[in-house]
Design a protein around this ligand. Structure first.
Ligand SMILES: [Fe+2]
Length: 396
């Protein structure tokens, strides 16, 4: 058990340090910004992920919170835990300060590590899955730290660049179609190893023969869509999508503008020219669906995506989250866990679509083939693009 303990403590330190490294380039004033209700301030992410360990690891073991009054500030959505500040008002939490939140993090880190260091074998076995969940949760918030500060900086007329530790996007290869026979395939997370509850249970799905593109849709293809009047051509769009385009006067992906023949996109690292084989980013589901239709294809289902990710797509680094056509719904036999942690995923299984893959802002090692990300269809402040799919048989 000693090795497991040391590994767990080391992983805890690594993940917690990465959050602080992501926040380090941001001054306290930056960390206060909330661009919209769906995006949270950096310092709130730093505090909420800490509250998560206090609430679900330390408190059940009799460790009192650092500051009991802060629970209402840093509870996100857990009804069973108690009241909370409305999501859209997190930017109004001027206090505690960013420095105080830094100290809060250090105190909780000391307590968690002390607990792990002193746990006997049985206690450690019970703690390990909770620590893994807390760290996976923190990694989800690490991606949000990036997307949420980009949302804030995008509103700043001087366009400040976020320069946190993010790996550059790998180049995409040439476009080709991977053909898959399908049949009865198994998706979902295996019983061993960490996975979120929404990746269970593992189950069988019947897939007709299909093809998936080896790469994500590029800015050159988006260019063709825009040149063809794609944003204004009703036949490419879902009804809700067309309503959304018209209501918000959408004529380009989020944070993107065309300047002459060039696409300029604001993202992590500031505004820059994109092109060539780089994937389109900051797309809503509605846009992804319309662009796929324009290109004579469709979005993959999440089962098609996962089956390919366990085969020919295995090991491809996530460049952008890929919208699928699958509604975010419980797998057959899914049951949310008991208690407050049962609220983690299950209660959000309506009115959202599944995204697969991972982006340049996704922490290393965070995703796996069964990983399900999910957002409402009009979301486009995430690093979201699309991969094309098509049927290999004419279905009647
Ligand atoms: Fe959270």
């Amino acid at each position: 058990m000693t090795a497991d303990r040391d590994e767990l403590i080391a992983r805890y330190r690594t993940v917690r340090a990465r959050t602080e490294a992501l926040a380090a380039p941001l001054v306290p004033e930056d960390q206060q910004l909330q661009a919209m209700p769906a995006a949270s301030p950096t310092k709130w992410h730093r505090a909420h992920t800490t509250w998560f360990f206090e609430t679900f690891v330390l408190a059940p073991r009799g460790v009192a919170p650092v500051e009991p009054a802060w629970a209402v500030l840093f509870n996100s959505y857990y009804e069973a835990v108690g009241p909370r500040v409305a999501r859209g008002k997190r930017g109004l939490l001027g206090r505690p300060t960013a420095d105080e939140i830094g100290r809060y993090r250090l105190i909780v880190d000391g307590r968690v590590i002390e607990l792990l260091a002193g746990a006997d074998a049985a206690a450690l076995a019970a703690l390990a899955p909770l620590i893994e969940l807390g760290l996976a949760h923190e990694e989800q918030h690490q991606e949000l730290i990036v997307t949420d500060i980009v949302a804030a900086f995008a509103e700043h007329p001087l366009r400040p660049a976020y320069r946190g530790p993010i790996a550059p996007a790998p180049r995409q290869g040439a476009a080709a179609w991977l053909e898959l026979a399908g049949g009865e395939v198994t998706i979902g997370a295996p019983a061993d190893g960490f996975a979120f509850d929404n990746e269970h249970p593992r189950h069988r799905v019947l897939l007709a023969p299909y093809a998936l593109s080896t790469r994500l849709v590029t800015w050159a293809e988006l260019d063709a869509f825009v040149d063809a009047g794609g944003y204004a051509t009703p036949s490419w769009w879902l009804s809700d999508g067309l309503d959304w385009v018209r209501a918000h006067h959408v004529d380009a992906p989020g944070y993107a503008r065309r300047d002459g023949g060039r696409w300029l996109v604001f993202g992590p690292g500031g505004e820059r020219e994109v092109g060539g084989d780089e994937p389109v980013l900051f797309l809503s589901y509605y846009e992804a669906d319309a662009i796929a239709r324009f290109l004579g294809a469709r979005l993959p289902t999440e089962a098609e995506w996962e089956h390919a990710a366990r085969g020919p797509l295995a090991g491809r680094h996530g460049v952008a989250w890929e919208w699928t056509s699958s509604a975010y719904a419980p797998y057959p036999g899914y049951r949310a866990g008991a208690g407050a942690l049962g609220e983690y995923n299950g209660k959000f299984m309506v009115n959202q679509l599944v995204l697969r893959g991972g982006s340049i802002a996704t922490p290393p090692g965070h995703v796996r083939p069964s990983y399900r990300n999910f957002w409402p269809p009009d979301t486009r402040f995430q690093l979201s693009g699309l991969r094309l799919a098509r049927d290999l048989e004419v279905r009647r």
